[in-house]
Design a protein around this ligand. Structure first.
Ligand SMILES: [Zn+2]
Length: 203
């Protein structure tokens, strides 16, 4: 059941529950170094890390009309930095996204692609779902079916626990319209993503 509460209420409820977690772990939450931690974490969850759960935070977009075949090439923005949170383990997953689309009716400012990707990343996520949500949203707002999104991420739940592998990356892509159907375009886009695999190294 979904309980709809205001952001202020969410922050105060999460603060209370997070204090319980610290207490259960045996930490003294009255110590000066951590006494404000529950409030800080609650605010960070609601206002920053999970701000993408609130539709009001969807970026404002402005469009420029476009009439094909003004240009036949696609728009590609590579290496958009992505910080998200794995919903399985509640730890970060970070990496990059490559986003491409073939304009049909309109184009948007390049930085809006970063903002849209960031909006969907700012919620507990699965990498596959994040990739799909960015792609589907771009189809909708750009009114084109030709969208491709490639994400390459390092999962802290793999780095810090379980197998503890800090060098592996997970690749996920969603190819729609011509990016799916045109073998050459498909190969080119995927090659572009892979070509930059070395920049995804995480220190
Ligand atoms: Zn995980």
């Amino acid at each position: 059941m979904k309980i709809l509460v205001s952001n202020e209420e969410k922050i105060s409820l999460i603060e209370e529950k997070f204090r319980d977690i610290l207490d259960i772990l045996g930490l003294d939450s009255s110590l000066p170094t951590i006494k404000d931690t529950p409030a800080r974490v609650a605010k960070m969850y609601v206002k920053e890390l999970f701000s993408g759960l609130d539709p009001e935070n969807y970026p404002s977009l402005s469009f420029t009309d476009f009439s094909p075949p003004e240009y036949s090439s696609y728009v590609l923005v590579k290496n958009i930095s992505i910080q998200s949170y794995c919903e399985h383990h509640f730890v970060p997953m970070v990496g990059h996204s490559h986003i491409a689309y073939l304009p049909q009716k309109k184009v948007i400012g390049l930085s809006k692609l970063n903002r849209i990707a960031d909006y969907f990343a700012k919620r507990p996520q699965l990498q596959e779902r994040l990739t799909a949500q960015i792609a589907e949203n771009l189809c909708e707002v750009l009114e084109t079916e030709d969208v491709a999104v490639y994400t390459i991420m390092s999962h802290f739940c793999v780095q810090m626990r379980g197998i503890k592998d800090k060098d592996s990356f997970t690749h996920s892509y969603v190819l729609l319209g011509k990016f799916k159907d045109d073998p050459e375009l498909r190969r080119e886009f995927i090659g572009n993503g892979n070509a930059n695999a070395n920049v995804h190294e995480f220190p």
